[in-house]
Design a protein around this ligand. Structure first.
Ligand SMILES: [Zn+2]
Length: 452
């Protein structure tokens, strides 16, 4: 493979390179021979979804023609858009899943992600008394189908209570049985302590998840503290306490990480408490990472109470990922969570679009911030889910092992329909030459056109 006239973003100056890759190794790297007016392309480490739900994308946007194989979900479109409605409608959707439907929607998510530049992901599939192992079996097939393009890490996920309600015990046994029978395909155990009906049950959920992950040698992933109630218990502290109690750093597989998603409650805490938590993580050397999921959080959080005297006062808490890294030394990254369903009924799931929104969300507008936000959907995301970043250096050297990279192509001219009597209508395109150009102005993944 030859790549000609590419910018490597951490090389000094405006150098452009010709690269030749043979037998999985970068053989030669030379200053380009391309003419100066030929637009260069830009070569970047690929993108990673650290948190995406593989079984429930496109429930509202799949537009299946209803059949036995492909259910109709159109009656489940949001009416209030509330969190309770999202949970209830997703439960109804799960009751309609078929193997063909899960495979088709999952394939569409994986194909779109790959076109957007994603080469690795942590894919959540729910296992409970309604779905049984159907979503897990679909994920196993999808992982095999796409193994040459995307590294799919499967997370066996308890979205529903595993201790509360009449279904808790069955939900728990469904996961435990799946781990016993299909555990060789599972990389991660995920759970949602906030859906339990009492705080003691939430703590039992955390304790069960830690013990079960350690027993099966799995990564651990929590949907946690998804509220903006400053009087609520901050369960991250309980997670850290139980990880200490179970001696995770001594007894667990040291290649496995712990990830905490959502965690919007953290935005209500004073800085001293966040600092204390960060120092506990460091003291214990816990491989703990936070993943901000702002597209879902902004849709779900901060809805006004009824009869509110200030109806437009809507604090929309989402993890302040950039500050958590820069000011508190925490490990954090960004994920899209959902696409086209009750939790996030909008967007394309593009990680670069997510990084772009981070500029506004976190008021992070410097060139250095753009570098940080890109890392949150690339190297920091891979770190969070325990994948190696070897081979993804942006300063590539001859002899280094080659791994798939993200190539952003520049065009020289934008070509528009000319006026009658004119041959053409060409506008010089703005070249993208650095990470800020990609984060501030994410490229389209396919050509768009205006007809008529
Ligand atoms: Zn999620």
């Amino acid at each position: 493979m030859k790549l000609q006239n590419v910018v490597l973003t951490e090389e000094p100056g405006d150098a452009r390179w010709d690269l030749e890759i043979l037998d999985g190794v970068l053989q030669t790297k030379e200053a380009t021979k391309a003419a100066r007016d030929v637009p260069s392309d830009i070569l970047l480490p690929p993108l990673c979804h650290p948190h995406i739900h593989l079984d429930k994308p496109y429930i509202f946007t799949c537009n299946h023609a209803p059949s036995d194989r492909h259910p109709d979900y159109s009656d489940l479109a949001p009416q209030s858009g509330s969190f309770g409605e999202a949970l209830a409608n997703t439960s109804k959707a799960k009751g309609r899943y078929t193997a063909e439907d899960l495979h088709l929607r999952g394939s569409q998510l994986l194909a779109t992600s790959h076109q957007q530049g994603v080469t690795s992901m942590r894919a959540f599939v729910e296992l409970d008394h309604v779905t049984g192992t159907l979503p897990l079996q679909a994920a196993i097939r999808l992982k095999q189908d796409f193994s040459h393009l995307v590294h799919v890490q499967i997370c066996a996920f308890a979205q529903d209570p595993v201790f509360s309600t009449e279904h808790g015990e069955k939900n728990r046994s469904t996961i435990e049985t799946a781990l016993r029978d299909l555990g060789s395909f599972v990389d991660v155990l995920g759970s949602t302590p906030y859906v339990e009906q009492s705080e003691p049950d939430s703590i039992k959920n955390v304790d069960w998840a830690i013990r079960t992950a350690m027993e099966h040698g799995l990564h651990l992933d929590f949907h946690l503290d998804y509220n903006l109630d400053s009087s609520a218990t901050f369960l991250v502290e309980s997670v850290i306490g139980l990880l200490e109690e179970h001696q995770w750093t001594r007894r667990a597989d040291q290649t496995k990480t712990i990830v905490i998603g959502h965690c919007s409650h953290l935005t209500t805490l004073p800085s001293g408490r966040i600092r204390d938590m960060a120092s506990r993580v460091r003291q214990q050397s816990l491989p703990l990472h936070f993943v901000g999921l702002p597209t879902s959080d902004l849709f779900m959080m901060g809805r006004p109470a009824e009869k509110q005297t200030r109806p437009y006062s809507r604090p929309r808490g989402t993890l302040q990922v950039a500050s958590m890294i820069q000011d508190f030394g925490l490990s954090a990254c960004l994920g899209v969570n959902n696409v086209g369903n009750a939790f996030t009924p909008y967007g394309t799931g593009d990680p670069l679009q997510l990084a772009c929104w981070g500029v506004g969300l976190y008021q992070a507008g410097t060139v250095g911030d753009a570098e940080l936000l890109f890392s949150c959907v690339s190297s920091r995301a891979r770190d969070a889910i325990g994948l190696s970043n070897v081979g993804y250096e942006r300063v590539l050297k001859e002899g280094c092992r080659w791994r798939p990279m993200l190539l952003i192509e520049n065009v020289k001219m934008m070509s528009l329909k000319p006026k009658p009597g004119h041959a053409d209508f060409l506008i010089p395109a703005r070249p993208r030459i650095s990470i800020k150009d990609i984060v501030w102005d994410p490229p389209e993944t396919s050509l768009r056109s205006v007809v008529g």
